[in-house]
Write a protein that binds this ligand. Structure first.
Ligand code: ATP
Ligand SMILES: Nc1ccn([C@@H]2O[C@H](COP(=O)(O)O)[C@@H](O)[C@H]2O)c(=O)n1
Ligand code: MG
Length: 240
């Protein structure tokens, strides 16, 4: 690595280190609903959504020198070298004022995972894993209609193979560290989001909900007992 590159890397590391962003990795097969659920999480919980795929597609559009390489990789369902994707993610994190991010579709392989940790020092809070059968994902991708060049049956099959061979081991890695929160993503969008919500709702809020009925009973019980005291007071002639 040249001196300028090394200096840039150090600068990014220290800036990201200072920022200490909270990161949740959002993983799952192609078409499992990562983007759809991230939009819901953003709306309800104030995270910023960074999709690695979207950042790469924007890079192609921007006419960058890596554009053609990225386009070819995406068409083949292959994983773009980590260096390229990590630079895009770092830039997006640093340019945003928010301190909590959903990183969707990353890390996609062991190289992505190890390089991101080494370069940024960021360890995810947890990994949200959308688990969905291939048959359902294929149906969703073929019906997506967003003009994506990789939503054709040949590329979809290649993407499924890459997911099984390269991305699942990353999920297993995080699972062995107790970081994976698995969601049944084959259900309708609303039901999937109910399960997602439970993971993002702060523990304090959940406790409050559990305490509320108890608080209600305590209030009612004390009202009853104080009414009983008043009645007894009337009987005893205490109130004139
Ligand atoms: N739970 C669901 N039930 C039915 N359709 C869904 C569900 N979730 C998402 N979809 C639809 O499936 C398609 C793929 O969803 P989405 O783009 O969120 O998946 P993704 O995991 O981000 O895919 P990719 O990895 O290809 O980016 C979209 O057309 C979306 O509207
Ligand atoms: N970490 C990543 C993420 C994505 N890619 C490439 O982009 C394609 C589309 O990704 P989506 O998450 O939007 O489905 C994917 O198939 C890869 O070609 C990548 O290289 N590295
Ligand atoms: Mg997506």
């Amino acid at each position: 690595m040249g001196t300028v590159e090394a200096a840039n890397k150090k600068a990014i590391e220290s800036t990201l280190g200072q920022k200490k962003p909270k990161v949740v990795f959002v993983l799952g097969g192609p078409g499992s609903g990562k983007g759809t659920q991230c939009a819901n999480i953003v709306e309800h919980f104030g995270y910023t959504h960074l999709s690695a795929g979207d950042l790469l597609r924007a890079e192609i559009k921007s006419g960058s020198e890596n554009g053609t390489m990225i386009q070819n990789m995406i068409k083949e369902g292959k994983i773009v070298p980590s260096e390229v994707t990590i630079k895009l993610l770092e830039k997006a994190i640093l340019e945003n004022e928010n301190d909590k991010f959903l990183i969707d579709g990353f890390p996609r392989n062991e190289e992505n995972r190890a390089a991101f940790e080494a370069v940024t020092g960021i360890v995810p809070e947890f990994v949200l894993f959308f688990d969905c059968p291939e048959e359902e994902m294929e149906k969703r991708l073929l019906g997506r209609n967003q003009g994506r060049e990789d939503d054709n049956i040949d590329t979809i099959r290649k993407r499924f193979k890459v997911f099984l061979e390269s991305s699942l081991p990353v999920i297993e890695h995080y699972n062995s560290k107790g970081k994976v929160r698995k969601i049944d993503a084959a259900k309708p969008v609303g039901e999937v989001f109910e399960a997602v919500k439970a993971l993002f709702t702060p523990v304090d809020d959940k406790k409050l909900w559990r305490l509320r009925p108890r608080g209600f009973y305590v209030t009612v019980t004390s009202l009853i007992s104080s009414s009983a005291e008043v009645l007894k007071g009337i009987e005893d002639g205490k109130f004139g």
